[in-house]
Design a protein around this ligand. Structure first.
Ligand code: AMP
Length: 381
C-alpha cells in the first residue's frame, strides 16, 4: 500500500514525502479514500496512529479544488478537546498544504488567550478552522464566524471532548451546522456517549476499526515528600515550577484551607482557585471550566467538592493535607493518569501525619520511599 494508490494529488503526495512518510498507516489507508469520496467516517484511532494526516490530507485536497465563498464562513471545522491538540492539528494542515496550487486559510482558535486577534483573523472567513468548543462558541456569540456553510466537520478525539465535559458545548455547536455535510469522527474509545454521538451524526459511515491497543493500566507515580506544614505552599510552588505541571489538583482538609491556600498561590503569581461546597454552583462550574481551558493552573479542593470532577489530562494531584480515609486516597490519586496518560500523585507528609500515612499505605499494600526535596528538608521530626 502506498500513498499514491489512495487517490491523493501530486502536491499532497509531495508534502507527504517531504515529511518523510513512506507508507500510509492503517487508519490513513482506510480514511483517505473514503474522505476523498465524500463519505462520512467513523474511525477508532489512537493518538500516534497517524489519524491527523488521515483527515488533513484528503480535506486539503478537497478544499483546494474549489475557492472559498465570501463571508464569515468556515468551510471545514475540526473540533478538538485541547489547545495542544489544536496546535498540532493546525500545524499538520499547514505543513501538508505547502505545495497546493491555491493558498488555503487555516486558523487555530482556543481559549486562554485573547479573543480579539482571533476575531480579526476570522474576517473574510476561513477554509479550515481548528477549534476548542468553548472558544468557538464565544467567537460565534461575537458574530466572528458562521458555521452555516460548513462542508466538513471533524470531531477529533471525540472521547476526550466528552471526557473533558464539553458535551453541552458540542451539542450547541452541532445545532449551528448545516444538516448537509460530511462528518468524520475519530475517537480512541467508544464509550456509550461517544457511540451515541457517532450514531446521531454520521450517515452511512465508512467504519475503520483498528485492533484496540492493549488496555494500559493507569500509570500513576506515587510520591511521599516530607515537609514541615508551614512550608507546604512553597514546596507546592517549587514542584509546579520544576515539573512544569500544566494543571494540578490540590487536596486540602477544609473549606477554609481551599481559600487560604488558593489565595497564597495567587499572591505568588499562580492562577489558582478554590473549589469547595460553599461556592455557588455557578462559581464552581466557572472554576472548573477555567481549569479545563487552562486559564487556571491550580484547583484547591476538598474531597467533597472534588467528587464528580471529571478532568482528563491531569498530570498531577497533590495531597497537601492527607485524606482522612484510605479510600479517599485512592479516589484522589485516581484523578490523574486517566485515559492511559501518565500522572503523578504527591503526598505531603509532616511529623504529625507520618503515622496516618503509614496506615493508608498498609491498607493499600504500598510502601513509598519518603523523599526530601533540597531546600525543603523538614526541621520538625
Ligand atoms: P497522530 O496520530 O496524527 O497524532 O500522528 C502521530 C505521529 O505519526 C505524528 O508525529 C505524525 O507526524 C506521524 N505520522 C503520521 N502518519 C505517518 C506515516 N504515514 N508514516 C510515518 N509517520 C507518520
Amino acid at each position: 500500500m502506498s500513498f499514491s494508490s489512495l487517490g491523493l494529488s501530486e502536491p499532497i503526495l509531495r508534502a507527504v514525502a517531504a515529511r518523510g512518510y513512506t507508507d500510509p498507516t492503517p487508519v490513513q489507508a482506510g480514511a483517505i479514500p473514503a474522505v476523498l469520496a465524500g463519505r462520512d467516517v467513523w474511525a477508532s484511532a489512537q493518538t500516534g496512529s497517524g489519524k491527523t494526516a488521515a483527515f488533513a490530507l484528503p480535506i486539503l485536497q478537497r478544499l483546494s479544488a474549489r475557492p472559498r465563498d465570501r463571508g464569515r464562513f468556515a468551510r471545514t471545522l475540526v473540533l478538538v478537546p485541547t489547545r495542544e491538540l489544536a496546535d498540532q492539528v493546525g500545524e499538520s494542515f499547514r505543513l501538508h498544504s505547502r505545495w497546493l496550487p491555491v493558498t488555503l486559510k487555516i486558523l487555530t482558535v482556543y481559549g486562554g488567550v485573547s479573543i480579539n486577534p482571533q476575531m480579526i483573523a476570522l474576517g473574510g472567513g476561513t477554509d479550515i478552522l481548528v477549534a476548542t468548543p468553548g472558544r468557538l462558541l464565544d467567537l460565534m456569540a461575537h458574530n466572528a464566524v458562521s458555521l452555516a456553510e460548513v462542508e466538513c466537520l471533524v470531531l477529533d478525539e471525540a472521547d476526550r471532548l466528552l471526557d473533558l465535559g464539553f458535551a453541552k458545548e458540542v451539542g450547541r455547536l452541532l445545532s449551528a451546522l448545516p444538516a448537509q455535510r460530511q462528518t468524520l469522527l475519530f475517537s480512541a474509545t467508544f464509550p456509550p456517549a461517544v457511540f451515541e454521538l457517532a450514531a446521531q451524526l454520521l450517515q452511512d459511515p465508512v467504519r475503520i476499526d483498528l485492533p484496540a491497543a492493549p488496555a494500559t493500566a493507569p500509570d500513576i507515580q506515587q510520591r511521599a515528600i516530607e515537609v514541615d506544614p508551614g512550608r507546604r505552599t512553597q514546596l507546592l510552588r517549587h514542584l509546579i515550577e520544576t515539573h512544569g505541571w500544566t494543571r494540578v489538583l490540590v487536596f486540602v482538609a477544609t473549606t477554609y484551607a481551599t481559600e487560604h491556600v488558593a489565595e497564597k498561590l495567587r499572591r505568588a503569581g499562580l492562577a489558582a482557585a478554590a473549589m469547595n461546597g460553599d461556592l455557588s454552583q455557578g462559581a464552581r462550574t466557572q472554576a472548573l471550566a477555567d481549569f479545563k481551558e487552562s486559564k487556571l493552573r491550580v484547583l484547591v479542593a476538598t474531597d467533597l467538592a472534588a467528587r464528580g470532577l471529571d478532568i482528563a489530562l491531569l498530570p498531577a494531584v497533590v495531597n497537601y493535607d492527607l485524606p482522612r480515609s484510605a479510600n479517599d486516597y485512592i479516589h484522589r490519586i485516581g484523578r490523574t493518569g486517566r485515559a492511559g496518560e501518565s500522572g503523578v500523585a504527591v503526598s505531603f507528609i509532616s511529623a504529625d501525619s507520618h503515622a496516618h500515612f503509614r496506615l493508608i499505605e498498609k491498607r493499600h499494600k504500598l510502601t513509598l520511599t519518603r523523599e526530601q526535596i533540597p531546600g525543603f528538608e523538614p526541621m520538625e521530626v
